[in-house]
Design a protein around this ligand. Structure first.
Ligand code: HGY
Ligand code: MN
Ligand code: MN
Length: 420
């Protein structure tokens, strides 16, 4: 007899304690945030801690060729597992919930099942995927992209970072170059719990977001080459200043996003001048352009207008320009049955819930290529993320983890009372 014990609840204090313990790894002094760039020593330490928790919980742990780690709780059957999870790498100004919550809530759910001596019909797997952030190595969601067969593992290993290392060498260096097969076998379903990282749930005083999908993402690295010259002696009309091209382009994409209107966003997050000295007109400017929209046609138009502006501005400044695509993912729509299950479950548990798209990229958008996929959002205080002050209230963390647990158990076909 299988049942989905609706009365099961997570231990919120235990979940919070794991979040706090993981946040200590790569902690940013004087803040609640942490910095664990993908495949760094800090990432290794975070991985080691989470893998130890997985083993303590009796999970079978597998590591694949891109460093994705999956802990699996055996089910009453050997059918494909229901999977949850997220990432534990962070940006340099990372908060303690982005990604980490989804992985640690999965472990908390396993612990609840262990305590209740319950075995799910289907196995339940908890994963963390490599380099979700894409801050050190592009594209983002790299590990889950390789997991679902969207990129070959050799191609991924060859990716150079912002610091001239490569994915493959760093993966081997930190000891997470695994052997589990890639692409991986598709799970039965995938559901990810994540903080919203935006202002909507808080503004509308909703506790749960039933995520409908992820907007399209366009990342481009631009290199503009001019002529270094003396800041004091070079008349303005004789300059070939790549910095000017960069700054004008940064202003252009801001104006473009405001002209197109929400949900269009545009960001120049990284910019480097060479030689980057006070009295030298720069020789070269390298910068990134991040454009996103839920509608791919609008996103393409924004890309084309930006490229046209960039080329015209570079030509006027007698500079050369080259571009390199760092990431390009089309908008993704999640499985309507999973979205409805999240909505229904939140409602049954007495939480306010609304459907909404995700502004941020997530591993779920890759798993959606191979299985029914959805996400559960919980509010971000002041909508802040990718910032050490990122915060989500304990009650919301607990609500999100309880919704995730019931959704996973439903998808797993319930449980049997079978002491292991
Ligand atoms: O960029 C993103 O949306 C995610 O944080 N990788
Ligand atoms: Mn994330
Ligand atoms: Mn992030």
């Amino acid at each position: 007899m299988t049942s989905t014990p609706a009365e099961l609840r997570v231990n919120a204090a235990r979940l919070a304690a794991r979040i706090d313990a993981l946040a200590e790894v790569g902690a940013i002094d004087g803040t609640r945030g942490c910095a664990r760039l993908a495949l760094s020593d800090e990432d290794r330490a975070g991985r080691d801690l989470v893998v130890a928790w997985m083993r303590d919980l009796g999970l079978a742990v597998s590591i694949d060729g891109i460093g994705n780690v999956v802990g699996t709780l055996a089910g009453a059957t050997n059918e494909p597992p229901v999977m949850t999870g997220s990432h534990i790498d962070t940006v340099r100004t990372g908060g303690r919930y982005d990604g980490n919550l989804g992985v640690l809530a999965g472990l908390e759910i396993i612990e609840v099942l262990n305590e209740a001596n319950l075995t799910p019909q289907r196995p339940i797997a908890v994963a963390f995927f490599t380099n979700e952030e894409g801050a050190r190595y592009s594209p983002d969601m790299l590990g889950s992209l390789v997991y679902v067969g969207g990129m070959g593992v050799e191609q991924a290993h060859a990716i150079a970072g912002i610091d001239d290392t490569t994915v493959g060498t760093e993966l081997a260096r930190i000891g997470y170059l695994g052997t589990a097969p890639l692409p991986a076998a598709a799970p039965h379903a995938f559901v990810e719990l994540h903080v919203e990282q935006g202002p909507v749930l808080e503004a509308e005083q909703q506790t749960i977001g039933a995520v409908t999908g992820v907007q399209g993402i366009s990342w481009t690295e631009v290199t503009v080459v001019g002529q270094s010259n003396h800041a004091g002696t070079t008349p303005m009309g004789l300059r070939r200043d790549p910095g000017l091209v960069a700054f004008r382009t940064g202003a252009f994409i801001r104006d473009l996003a405001e002209e197109i209107g929400a949900p269009q966003v545009a960001t120049m997050g990284r910019i480097e001048l060479h030689p980057n000295l006070v009295n030298v007109v720069p020789a070269q400017a390298t910068f990134t352009i991040d454009l996103r929209h839920t509608n791919d046609e609008v996103l393409r138009d924004a890309e084309q207008r930006t490229l046209a502006f960039l080329e015209a501005t570079a030509e006027r400044e007698q500079c050369s320009v080259t571009t390199r695509t760092l990431a390009r993912f089309e908008p993704v729509i999640f499985d309507d049955d999973v979205i409805s299950l999240v909505e229904r479950t939140a409602d049954t548990l007495g939480h306010s819930v609304r459907r909404m798209p995700s502004g941020a990229g997530h591993d779920a958008q890759m798993l959606a290529r191979v299985c029914p996929t959805g996400m559960v959002f919980v509010p971000s205080v002041n909508g802040i993320s990718h910032n050490p002050t990122e915060h989500t209230d304990d009650a919301d963390l607990e609500a999100g983890a309880n919704v995730l647990m019931q959704v996973l158990l439903e998808l797993a076909g319930g449980t049997t009372e079978a002491p292991r």
